[in-house]
Design a protein around this ligand. Structure first.
Ligand code: PLP
Length: 414
């Protein structure tokens, strides 16, 4: 191994776990160098190698919605580990059907929604399934997927093509063709983009990575109508917003009511409370476009991941996670608005951004980490908060205290 000083990787040293700081980091530099190594988590708290405790307002970016090391999920995983880890999807395993049925009921707001589920390992893979389903449903010549600028749908080649952030495309060109982008929340522009080559419209209910921008009733009802008129699939990416976080089981449920719902819904992050699992739900008439052999996965839906997902969904239903998220969001909003330097909050439920004045969100996030609060700088003026739905009042108050003192300190220094 040669250390080339001119390489962009030079200096990307693994400071954590390498006290001498001499060895080259064995991890590819797709993320910036990490400044903390976490070794343990419990509820809304994390602990680093030195035993220092952190309040976690990020939850793995909307992943560990039931908190770290939830005993119910841990027990299900431990039991499954000594029962059956994996067989091929050529065979049935015990957890897939109950999870698919539970998701279908959540999507139908308590009643069966009449859809079917494909299990994947991640958000991007759930979205890949949706994109392939759109092509299969539309057929040759009717394959275009329209998504929004500032959206985020994943990092694989086609989910990157669907992602409406041109700066992320540039170095990977040429990307797969058949993707078109329109301004977020602009129905007129969307309508103009819907020619006879379009198979699907693909939107987030709240743009998470794009700055935490929620859709509106008018927008989603309009998209539903435009898609119905043209037999185009309305596909919703609930990877970040789904599963209780916004105060409803799925984000779209804030904007569509009655029998109006998307045709395809993808989810992942919170589904396994930290175990990697994703899912793509589609109404049965759309799902029928897939024939045996069209799509597959080795690991997707395997017993280990689905044991965690099954326990996660059972616990979420038992605690009424959507209602809990709405209550905690109100409490967190009050705590944030009481901080000098927080001018507003936005988002839906516990998928939230706090707009700051006079300080850079990314600088604040980095300083908060040093002071023992985990959150995410999302723009130059805002931080993103996606804490566990089970976060308690102590972890809200403690985090707010740290954030307030960091904002004050950063302001003083500038
Ligand atoms: C995180 C995210 C993805 C990608 O999920 P991965 O599991 O990282 O592949 C896709 N869509 C949205 C809205 C996300 O927030």
């Amino acid at each position: 191994m040669t250390a080339n000083a001119a390489s962009p990787n030079a200096g990307h040293l693994h400071a954590v776990g390498d006290p001498e700081g001499l060895a080259r980091c064995p991890i590819m530099p797709t993320y910036g160098p990490p400044s903390v190594e976490f070794v343990r988590g419990e509820g809304s708290y994390l602990f680093d190698r030195d035993g220092k405790r952190y309040v976690d307002w990020l939850a793995g970016i909307a992943v560990t919605s039931l908190g770290h090391s939830h005993p119910g999920v841990a027990e299900a995983i431990a039991k499954q580990a000594t029962t059956l880890l994996h067989v091929s999807n050529l065979f049935a395993t015990e957890h897939q059907a109950p999870i698919a049925t539970a998701l279908d009921r959540m999507i139908g707001d308590g009643e069966p929604a009449g859809g079917q589920v494909f299990f994947a390992n991640s958000g991007a893979e759930a979205n890949e399934a949706a994109l392939k389903l759109a092509r299969r449903y539309g057929g040759h010549g009717r394959h275009v997927v329209v998504s929004a600028f500032q959206s985020f749908h994943g990092r694989t080649m086609s989910t990157l093509a669907a992602t409406g952030q041109p700066a992320k495309w540039e170095v990977f060109q040429p990307l797969p063709e058949g993707f078109r982008h329109v301004a977020w929340a602009d129905l007129d522009e969307l309508e103009k983009a819907l020619d006879e080559t379009v198979a699907a419209v693909f939107l987030e209910p709240v743009q998470g990575e794009g700055g935490v921008n929620a859709a509106t009733i008018e927008y989603f009802e309009g998209v539903r109508r435009l898609c119905d008129e043209r037999d185009i699939l309305f596909m919703v990416d609930e990877v970040q917003a789904g599963l209780g976080r916004t105060g409803k089981w799925f984000g779209f449920q804030h904007f569509l009511s009655g029998d109006a719902r998307p045709d395809v819904i993808t989810m992942a992050k919170a589904l396994g409370n930290g175990m990697p699992i994703g899912a793509c739900w589609a109404k049965a008439s759309a799902a029928a476009a897939f024939k045996p052999g069209d799509h597959a996965t080795t690991f997707g839906g395997q017993p280990m991941a689905t044991s965690a997902a099954r326990a996660t969904l059972e616990i979420m239903e038992a605690i009424d996670a959507p209602a809990m998220a709405a209550a905690k969001a109100a409490e967190l909003t009050d705590a944030l608005m009481a901080i000098d330097g927080v001018v507003s909050t936005r988002g839906l439920g516990l998928l939230m951004a706090a707009e700051l004045s006079g300080v850079d969100g990314r600088v604040v996030a980095a300083r908060c980490l040093q002071e023992g609060l985990v959150l995410n700088g999302i723009t130059e003026t805002a931080v993103r908060l996606t804490p566990a739905i089970t976060i308690d009042s102590d972890a809200i108050a403690e985090g707010a205290q740290i954030l307030a003192s960091v904002i004050a300190a950063v302001r003083d220094e500038s």
